[in-house]
Design a binder for this molecule. Structure first.
Ligand SMILES: C[S@@+](CC[C@H](N)C(=O)[O-])C[C@H]1O[C@@H](n2cnc3c(N)ncnc32)[C@H](O)[C@@H]1O
Length: 372
């Protein structure tokens, strides 16, 4: 608390303006921002001057020169944070989550047995993350042999969970997902599927209220139109409400496809991911896979794939087929929930988070069955 007050005092001196909002502790979310008074829609509630935005341009040359020219911005920002923690960054670092905090939420830090029980998309995001960290760490360790893996991992996860997408002409050379910037104070906003509008301008970073707020209400920004599997892997939490959430049915569908059927779908770039949302009966790829698999359409699968939708005469049979597939998958989901509950490895908070995600999947699949 005291440290956050010092950080906010420092930020004010540096030109950060917080209007009508304050940073506070939110149960199970660490810090967050709440309305200190009634806020009007469109009101600017935060301005961070450009001088405080930490991105590629702020990485000191004594760091960037020692690393290969194609080192990721993520790697550079993490190296800067690890080695330059004593200046004003020290104040900011004191208010960040600890490595122990990350170990609860971030699957990156979990025991392999828990990682293996992640839903497929979350497992894939995690594998990608593990690969990226390994690539960055190998380079940074070679350039700075005294650095400790644990210290670098910590700051790498800080960048992973707290950066904003940002682009300067120089950054256009980097992949879009790596065009990152750290913005102290702005990084105190938690995520919701709809939130305040955020923008970078030549003057800095600004946040404006997306609607009216009452005193004490938490104010969110949106980290993007992400599914809960993505939010779990990248940020270490699963929201209760998320209109962008989708459930992967790859594990239900892919084992059912023959090699030929896979090839047929792959040729048309329809071989997954097979995603179920709360409104439709699956994405276009899933509908195509169902048509390929459904016994009634097999003689004419090609015809069905090319159609906009399934013709009336077989829709019923298709739906019955999808229902049987979902019912079978629901059994698997329930058995995974049981496996997670029986695990001995890892922390109970980690198992709880993983179980929570699987229960959301159970609920999404059950609701889809009812819609059929
Ligand atoms: C940019 S920070 C937001 C501020 C952060 N709560 C803190 O204590 O500094 C992102 C992290 O906040 C947490 N977070 C953000 N939105 C959340 C939400 N809706 N529910 C739970 N945790 C959330 C996650 O731990 C995430 O990695």
């Amino acid at each position: 608390m005291e440290d956050r007050k010092k950080l906010l005092d420092w930020a004010k001196v540096e030109g950060v303006s917080l209007r009508g909002v304050h940073a506070t502790e939110i149960p199970r979310r660490g810090a967050g921002m709440t309305a200190a008074r009634r806020l009007k829609k469109g009101e600017e509630i935060l301005q961070v001057p450009i001088g405080l935005v930490r991105s590629l341009h702020r990485v000191p040359e004594d760091i960037s020169r020692k690393l290969p020219s194609d080192t990721s911005i993520h790697a550079l920002l993490a190296a800067d944070l690890t080695m330059n923690g004593k200046t004003e960054l020290g104040l900011w670092k004191k208010c960040l989550p600890t490595l122990a905090d990350f170990s609860t939420g971030m699957p990156f830090m979990w025991h392999q047995q828990l990682q293996a029980l992640l839903p497929k998309p979350a497992r894939e995001f995690l594998e990608n993350q593990l690969g990226n960290f390994h690539r960055d760490w190998v380079r940074v360790k070679k350039a700075f042999p005294d650095l400790q893996r644990q210290d670098y991992l910590y700051t790498w996860l800080v960048v992973n969970t707290r950066s904003f997408y940002y682009c300067t002409p120089r950054m256009e050379l980097y992949p879009p997902v790596d065009r990152l910037a750290l913005v102290p104070i702005a990084d105190l906003f938690n995520h919701a599927d709809t939130g305040c509008s955020v923008s970078f301008t030549p003057e800095g970073f600004a946040v404006s209220a997306d609607r009216q707020y009452r005193v004490g209400e938490e104010i969110y920004i949106s980290y993007g139109t992400h599914t809960n599997d993505f939010l779990l892997a990248e940020y270490g939490f699963v929201p209760v409400a998320n209109r962008w959430d989708k459930v992967s049915l790859d594990d239900a569908i892919i084992p059912k496809l023959s090699a030929v059927q896979k090839e047929q779908l792959r040729d048309r770039e329809l071989l997954g991911p097979f995603l179920l949302d709360s409104k439709t009966l699956g994405c276009k790829k899933m509908q195509a896979a169902i048509r390929v698999l459904c016994p009634c359409s097999q003689p004419r699968w090609d015809w069905f794939l090319d159609e906009e939708g399934c013709r009336e005469h077989c829709r019923e049979r298709m739906n019955a087929f999808l229902k049987s597939l979902l019912v079978e998958y629901l059994v698997k989901v329930r058995s995974t929930i049981q496996d997670v509950a029986e695990l001995q490895e890892g922390q109970s908070a980690q198992r709880e988070l993983l179980g929570q995600r699987w229960r959301q999947i159970e609920s999404a699949v059950s609701k889809a069955i009812k819609r059929l």
